[in-house]
Design a protein around this ligand. Sequence first.
Ligand SMILES: [Zn+2]
Length: 355
Amino acid sequence: MSQYRVPVVWSPDTRLHDPGHEVWVGVTTAATEVAARVDVILETLRDAGHRLVEADGSGDEVLESVHDAGLLAFLRTAHERWLQGPYGDLVGQDRVVPYLFPTPAMTDGLPTRAAVTVHAEAGRYAYDTMTLVGPGTWRAARAAAGCASYAASLVGTGERTAYALCRPPGHHATRAGFGGSCYLNNAAVAAEALRRGGAAKVGIVDLDAHHGNGTAAVFYERGDVLYGSVHVDPGAGWFPHVVGYADETGSGDGQGATRNLPLPPGTGDEAWLGAVRDLAEWTSGSCDALVVSLGVDAARDDPESPLLVSQEGYRAAGSLLGGTGLPAVVVQEGGYHLPTLGGLVAAYLAGHAAG
Ligand SMILES: [Zn+2]
């Protein structure tokens, strides 16, 4: 039996985002979400015989339906505005970093206005200090979202499964906010594109080690897109800390359309796959298309999470989700251990294609 060759949708522009560094607990640290991720995945999938397809640059209308216009305008212009400011000369900072966050702790019910400086305005859209905006960030994030919508269009025209090599990742980006190394929500774009392409109900299964707070928020009140996630328990002290708990189940029309399955640090294949099986059964029962948020940072070697999933575990997750028989867009999320990253993605796709 010959293996199904999954189309790998990618764009050279996704290499243009160079985070340079992060600021974590006030200290400058090396970036982990680096452009080399694109190349190790691309090379491994090419060697595994999958078909590389360059995205066609379309998809901006879907992007605009997912995200607030203010966020899009900010990301498009922020770095240019930063360069016009004094930040390089004053402190040597060449990336956009927020300076304050106008949360209720600051505004406390007062009427508020947009800040006039970019270092103050940044905190209106950024919710952490780890997700800096550099010269190529907008083009890369937009290209990643374009990969997601193009992959959805391939599935809409009869492809059984398509993989979108999205980078930077997306599942932490909310409608009007960015953080967690994510700027635009690629999985939400894929789900929305599948809906527009005729799918009545789309299921999103998020395998990234961290809860996809952005995707969850975008669809929390909608019944036409299910969101299910297996991730390290935020209550054990992991990102995104304040959301991602099991009792968050959706609201309004979306009541019951969200499922969070948090797992303790140290969890390995057996319990993790049990949760993936639950989510596969949950979505296959009522959805007619699937989006998989394929974060491979739950793997044992990954420096960004304490989960201990093996490469075989990712292959088995692929066969569970591929076994649903649903047309699927697989969207790349996290995964930061460069020596094993390509192999984990390839193992997932091999399982999904065979499932
Ligand atoms: Zn993650």
